[in-house]
Design a binder for this molecule. Structure first.
Ligand SMILES: Cc1cc2nc3c(=O)[nH]c(=O)nc-3n(C[C@H](O)[C@H](O)[C@H](O)COP(=O)(O)OP(=O)(O)OC[C@H]3O[C@@H](n4cnc5c(N)ncnc54)[C@H](O)[C@@H]3O)c2cc1C
Length: 814
């Protein structure tokens, strides 16, 4: 029996592909002192029974980079370890059986190009030539990514394990982690059934057990084990051993060559969850009973696609558990409840494809304490308290699983588990035709259906049914006023004698001006990338009110808390549910506000960038003079119980002046025209404020240190290698969604980070970083001729360095 250590630097829990990859990268890249503990044998959880398809393209550039890294690693790992990985670069065919799917693939091929991958679009005849056993009569076409492939999940994992050992990691099987000893929010010791180990950091790679392992340290890992089945057939005559893998989403199935036969599985619309309780510890190398009744739906579809299967025997059915998540993305990073447990789990049946890259980025993160790139879409901090509700997580996860192969329509909302959190205005807004979306559990009005129109989204690939209605809301905001229920905004108070000092350090802008001032700021990481983008209002010497986007609630609070300098007495309280928020925006906003408050709201008494307490309808309201839509306006924050009465008072006074409720889709259009950046899309931890055109909000001229200052100074001194610009096209019918390729003088120069339609300018509009290794100056940008590639079609574009609407900021400051 291997010697059992009493102390180590890092403990990795779980010997599946993810744990072995993380241990390998920690040992190889960081020479870390690593101990991996596996309760059974390596691969005995979900890894051993995976089908082994390896795809790379995701809608996030960073996650695509992570998956590309996996492929590069699997290609050459054998050279290092001497153990095969079974990697075969077969390419992957994605089949389209209808026009919507075909548009989806044309957009996908453009995204691939934007992310540096060559995805081809093939005709049915070309598909037939490549895969002669396939029935292609129902195809519109297919996409083909030649660099995708397949691998042997167990072999890769054993190869990674050997590599980890070669670099000095210790991997011990048959040891179960049973608990943690904590000091405050830090783990100091890991308890196992073979003894206690002291350590500095813990990495939770426990697959479907990650939830219960996390719970032992007080953290929530919202995943749900779901049963997933595929079959392996007897050899199929004429099937090439290097046949491309196939994804046939319109028939909900996938295929991969396997020892002369086919591995074939699918994603049912009616998936079956495994337990919402604890997963048994001894579920090692085990499967569930074959469920032919449930699988039957895939068999008939598979035979229709590959008719030879009708005469081919089934060698084996695999029915195994895999952990899925409520949004179909995996879970990475440090949970807010415990400072030194890193999580990497919930792989939604692409853990083999992700394994190499996820282990690589996680090892970087564990080593430095900071995510090495923008990993927001997989960050555990995208969840909130809502995700502690296991029934809700299960329901939403099953919906996400069922949508795995449905056409991904733009703007599509989940339907399950709703409504969950509603503002006091919900019924009022619904009565006015409100059509809602959900964000972190909150119901938020996306748009308002006018009289005579059904209040519901009808999804399509082009302009959707709400287009004109949103245009009317947009117009009202530009010409009169709109009232937005933004009660879901995340809100915190930072208080205490050290609060100002803490914000001086954490914020890139100067936010500690006198009480009554309000400042827009970023918070930067050590690379100078943008981690948070929010507003800070100073209410008193020792009290700040911080407002950020709904989805960033957990993330921004964790960033602030974890970066308060040691010894600084400052306490962050999350007050989101205590304050309702109504944004009153538009040229009539002052007249309307003046009609409902005694406070002086003139420009002199209440200028832009200030916060005042005023009274409306008997309620004390924090009024923040700020805008995200480019108009005169106020964010009105009132105790949430008063939101209804404030809304009624504003509507009663404002409706005669043209005030109307408006929704989030109008906000998106308004902010695009005005050039306001959206965190997570236009600005991310990969982008510096200088690249994003936000250098004016960085306090470099002040003689004070702050987080990310060194990197910000380097970025400011240039030359910039990428720089954000706006783009419009005169082709009004073009639908921009983000990730469209930008061509400069016919050559690749970047891609859109967000896109939509600007109703005032009457054009599709978007933003994106222009990239050039030799530097991106204003002159270089202006000298270019631009096109956007939209679903494979080129369209002429105009470039904008200034906002498309009101570049002089006259309207918000009027
Ligand atoms: C039928 C099926 C087909 C699939 N096909 C594909 C595919 O084609 N392509 C693809 O990319 N992905 C596929 N997947 C998904 C893939 O199998 C998983 O995403 C991947 O194996 C997850 O790896 P992991 O290391 O996170 O989890 P696991 O392999 O489950 O590893 C977790 C390990 O942690 C150990 N552990 C748990 N608790 C403790 C504890 N307390 N102490 C010590 N050890 C503990 C467990 O024993 C286990 O070995 C498929 C999954 C299924 C079910």
């Amino acid at each position: 029996m291997a010697e059992f250590p009493g102390k180590t630097h890092i403990i990795v829990i779980g010997g599946g592909i993810i744990g072995c990859s993380t241990a390998y990268h920690l040992a190889r890249d960081h020479k870390a002192d690593v101990l991996l503990l596996e309760q059974g044998k390596l691969t005995s959880g979900s890894t051993w029974h995976a089908a082994g398809l390896v795809g790379q393209l995701r809608s996030s550039a960073s996650i695509t980079q992570v998956l590309k890294y996996s492929v590069d690693l699997y290609k050459q790992l054998k050279d290092e370890t001497g153990l095969e990985t079974g990697w075969k670069m077969t390419g992957c065919l994605r089949l389209a059986c209808n026009e919507d799917r075909w548009i989806e693939y044309r957009r996908l091929a453009t995204t691939a190009r934007s992310f540096g991958m060559d995805m081809h679009l093939l005709s049915p005849d070309e598909v037939k030539q490549m895969w002669p056993l396939m029935e292609t009569g129902d195809l519109v076409g297919a996409s083909y990514l030649p660099s995708d492939g397949q691998a042997s999940p167990s072999d890769i994992t054993q190869s990674l394990a050997k590599g980890a050992r070669m670099h000095g990691a210790k991997l011990i099987e048959d040891v179960r982690v049973t608990g943690f000893r904590m000091s405050g929010d830090r783990i100091t010791h890991v308890e196992t059934d073979r003894g206690v180990v002291e350590c500095e950091k813990v990495v939770n790679c426990a697959g479907q057990w990650a939830r219960q392992v996390g719970a032992m340290a007080g953290i929530n890992v919202p995943l749900q084990p779901v049963k997933h089945q595929y079959i392996i057939t007897e050899p199929v005559e004429g099937l090439s051993t290097d046949a491309a893998t196939i994804r046939d989403p319109d028939r909900r199935t996938y295929f991969k060559e396997e020892v002369g036969g086919l591995a074939m599985g699918g994603y049912e619309p009616d998936p079956i969850a495994w337990t919402t309780g604890d997963v048994p510890h001894d579920f090692q190398f085990q499967l569930f009973d074959d469920d032919w009744d449930h699988f039957e739906q895939h068999l008939s579809q598979a035979i229709a696609r590959v008719p030879a299967l009708a005469d081919t025997g089934v060698k084996q059915m695999i029915n195994g558990p895999e952990s899925f998540t409520p949004d179909g993305n995996f879970i990475l990073g440090v949970a807010p409840e415990c400072a030194n447990m890193y999580v990497c789990a919930g792989f939604n049946a692409f853990g083999i494809a992700s394994g190499g890259g996820a282990g690589w980025v996680l090892a970087e993160w564990v080593n430095s304490g900071e995510a090495p790139m923008d990993l927001w879409v997989v960050d555990i901090l995208r969840f909130s308290g809502l995700h502690k509700d296991r029934d809700w997580v299960c329901e939403r996860t099953l919906e996400a699983y069922g949508k795995h192969y449905t056409v991904g329509f733009p703007h599509e909302e989940y339907a399950s588990g709703r409504p969950r959190i509603v503002s006091p205005l919900y019924d009022r807004l619904k009565a006015r035709g409100g059509v809602f979306g959900s964000k972190l559990g909150w119901e938020r009005p996306n748009w308002f259906a006018p009289e005579g129109m059904q209040p519901r989204d009808e999804y399509s690939m082009g302009r959707q049914n709400w287009f004109d209605a949103v245009g009317e809301e947009h117009k009202a905001v530009r010409e009169a006023a709109g009232l937005f229920d933004q009660s879901s905004f995340a809100k915190y108070e930072l208080s205490g004698p050290g609060a100002a000092k803490a914000l001086d350090w954490i914020c890139a802008n100067h936010v500690t001006r006198e009480p009554g001032r309000l400042t827009y700021t970023q918070m930067l990481n050590s690379r100078g990338g943008i981690e948070c983008d929010l507003t800070v209002a100073r209410l008193a010497d020792d009290l700040f009110y911080i407002v950020t986007g709904t989805g960033f609630r957990t993330h921004d609070a964790a960033w602030i808390r974890s970066h308060v300098p040691a010894g600084c007495e400052a306490r962050l309280s999350d007050v989101t549910e205590q304050w309702g928020t109504l944004s009153l925006m538009g040229p009539k906003a002052r007249d309307i506000l003046a009609a409902v408050t005694d406070a002086d709201v003139s420009n002199t008494a209440f200028p832009f960038g200030h916060v005042r307490e005023i009274a409306i309808a008997g309620h004390r309201v924090r009024a923040l003079r700020v805008t995200y839509v480019g108009e005169l306006g106020w964010e009105l924050h009132m105790p949430i119980s008063g939101a209804g009465e404030v809304f009624d008072a504003l509507m009663a006074a404002g409706e005669p002046m043209g005030l109307r409720p408006a929704g989030y889709r109008a906000i998106e259009s308004l902010r695009l025209e005005k050039g306001y950046r959206a965190w997570g899309a236009d600005i991310t931890p990969n982008d510096s404020p200088f690249e994003a055109g936000l250098g004016w909000a960085v306090k470099l001229r002040r003689n004070m240190d702050f987080m990310g200052r060194g990197a910000a100074e380097t970025a400011a001194s240039g030359p910039l290698r990428k720089r954000m610009a706006g783009f419009t096209t005169d082709q009004a019918g073009v639908t921009l969604l983000g990730r469209e390729t930008i061509l400069r003088n016919g050559e690749f120069a970047g891609y859109l980070s967000s896109g939509g339609f600007g109703y005032t300018i009457g054009k599709p509009a978007g933003y994106g970083y222009l990239r050039n290794a030799d530097g991106v100056s204003e002159e270089w940008i202006k000298a270019g001729r631009y096109e956007l590639v939209v679903a494979g079609e080129r369209t002429a574009a105009q470039v904008w360095l200034e906002p498309m609407y009101d570049p002089g900021m006259v309207r918000p400051k009027s």
